[in-house]
Ligand binder design. Structure first.
Ligand SMILES: Nc1ncnc2c1ncn2[C@@H]1O[C@H](COP(=O)(O)OP(=O)(O)OP(=O)(O)O)[C@@H](O)[C@H]1O
Ligand SMILES: [Mg+2]
Length: 310
């Protein structure tokens, strides 16, 4: 049996999780961790979104890879553009390619073929993983900021579905290659992100079962984001004394709220640990007016020991 490489030595990191839990934040954190090791990193979002470009200070539409920081390039993967790019490779005659992609039949086909867009989106990750820059790979690592859970699973299932649905030929061959990459624990790792609250934890446990079972994808690290800690229990925080200044009342209210969150988080962290067998990295809740790259770097500082050991 081959021993999979250490966590940060893999090539493809797929960040998945419920909407809003911190996927883009963790994807950015991983990209920074990899770039700090001297790697050329592609940070690719599977659906258009402003969050990642904003974090890295990029304006306008994000399409082809643009270098946002030394060593970190950002791009949005778009299924239809990827299909056209792919056809450009298999149909090297420019005129024929143009004729195909501008035809009505083609657009009808792309719109109607179930899952084609998803297949091409995942296929594009494979293509970028293979792409060479002279003698060396274009990217040392690719971090994928995937969409919210249900949609992510739809994307990740597509190569398997296509390999089963299509007979021997081009589509099946391509789908099998993509599947091989997704399941290869020497190259790929899936990182679920969650917060330690009821709904995200339920969704994470379901997704974990599917990733381990049906999808057979290698799992890396579970990131538990926005974890609150408090030195005291909520009921140990006294009520504000009568005639106390408003500020004292506010501080005590905040302390009680924080302690309440800490106890919820502790309960759901325990629930995660009962089932999830991969290493867990906890990221603290940061109180920040604006959550930017500086905050991502702070989170990276707390995550690094855990990532180094994974
Ligand atoms: N550790 C943290 N502490 C405090 N706030 C945080 C933390 N992590 C993320 N946030 C806040 O949560 C918001 C959502 O995070 P993020 O955009 O990474 O989530 P997402 O899972 O990518 O969301 P979506 O599903 O919409 O793409 C961020 O705008 C940020 O303000
Ligand atoms: Mg996001």
């Amino acid at each position: 049996m081959t021993v999979p490489p250490r966590f940060l030595d893999r090539r493809v990191f797929v960040v998945v999780g419920k909407g809003g839990v911190g996927k883009s934040t963790v994807a950015a954190l991983l990209a920074l961790a990899l770039a700090a090791r001297g790697k050329r990193v592609l940070l690719a979002q599977m659906e258009p979104g402003r969050r990642l470009p904003e974090l890295f200070g990029l304006d306008g539409e994000l399409q082809g890879p643009s270098e946002a920081l030394p060593g970190v390039s950002l791009m949005t993967i778009e299924g239809e553009a990827s299909l056209s790019e792919y056809l450009g490779i298999v149909l090297p005659v420019k005129r024929v390619h143009k004729l195909v992609v501008t035809s009505k039949l083609y657009h009808h086909f792309v719109a109607a073929a179930p899952g084609l867009r998803e297949l091409m989106t995942v296929g594009k990750i494979w293509y970028e993983e293979q792409r060479m820059d002279g003698e060396r790979p274009c990217w040392d690592a690719i971090v994928v900021d995937a969409p919210a859970t249900g949609h992510s699973l739809q994307y990740l299932r597509m190569p398997q579905a296509a390999a089963t649905a299509f007979g021997p030929g081009l589509v099946r061959r391509e789908a099998l290659r993509v599947m091989e990459l997704l399941r290869d624990e020497t190259r790929t790792v899936v990182c679920p992100v969650t917060t330690a609250e009821e709904m995200p934890v339920n969704e994470t446990l379901e997704m974990y079962a599917q990733l381990q079972g049906e999808l057979a994808m290698p799992l890396g690290v579970l990131f538990v984001n926005r974890v609150h800690v408090a030195p005291v229990a909520a009921d140990a925080v006294c009520a504000p004394p009568a005639k106390a200044p408003a500020l004292v009342g506010d501080v005590l209210r905040c302390a009680r709220e924080e302690a309440g969150w800490a106890s919820i988080n502790a309960r759901y962290l325990a629930r995660l640990h009962e089932t999830i067998e991969i290493p867990t990295v906890e990221l603290p809740f940061l109180f920040a007016e604006e959550f930017g790259l500086a905050e991502v770097r702070t989170l990276l500082g707390t995550a690094l020991p855990g990532l180094g050991e994974a």
